[in-house]
Design a binder for this molecule. Sequence first.
Ligand code: GSH
Length: 221
Amino acid sequence: MDKLERKFPTGKPTLYGAPYSVYVRSARLGLEEKGVAYHLEPVDVFAENGVPDWYLALNPFGKIPTLCHENAVLFETSAILRYIDEAFEGVRLQPRDPMRRARMNQVLSILDNYIYPHLVWDIYVERIVNARNGTTDELKIAAAIPVASQALTSISAILSNGPWLLGDEISLADLHAAAMLSLASNAPECKMLILEHPALEDWLARMEARPSMQRTTSRAD
Ligand SMILES: N[C@@H](CCC(=O)N[C@@H](CS)C(=O)NCC(=O)O)C(=O)O
């Protein structure tokens, strides 16, 4: 049976991706928090020979994750997260109140547009991943710090009294943010920036303690 024939193996949703990806982890956190059984189908978009053709047929951008469910193929993580929340029973992950819901969307946007490129790529990847072969670009890290700092300040300003970003109820914003900040905080520069916001640091510690986070580490796969 080839990969595409295995797309809808048991009626469970299939998530294509690799456990190292923050975007895949975000989608997995949605599934875990909802209590949805799913199948994680490995695909390595950074493989030496490039993105496999069978995967490009699912996701023409060659990014992970992609979700397949009920004969439909869905890519772009924020769409996947919203679908998971709306299609399955379980705890509600999007506020009903319009302003809280807008705040959740605002956080998702800040994460995609500022945190992922600047904390994950410009700082974490340079400091931790590229350091392994001695190619860290210090100028890139230095240039990223002001915008990374502003992005964390903006999320911190939204963080209410907790325990979660939008208050009493955990939302998609918490899941997406935890996936990115958990990884980025391995870089000392990101850690320092997070420590400037004690409430954000406490929030991240609370997120790290959740079973969903513990079940979705790369080590757990
Ligand atoms: N806009 C996409 C972004 C996903 C994304 O960038 N995933 C990374 C892994 S964390 C990826 O596939 N990178 C492959 C590449 O950039 O070639 C989404 O929201 O799902």
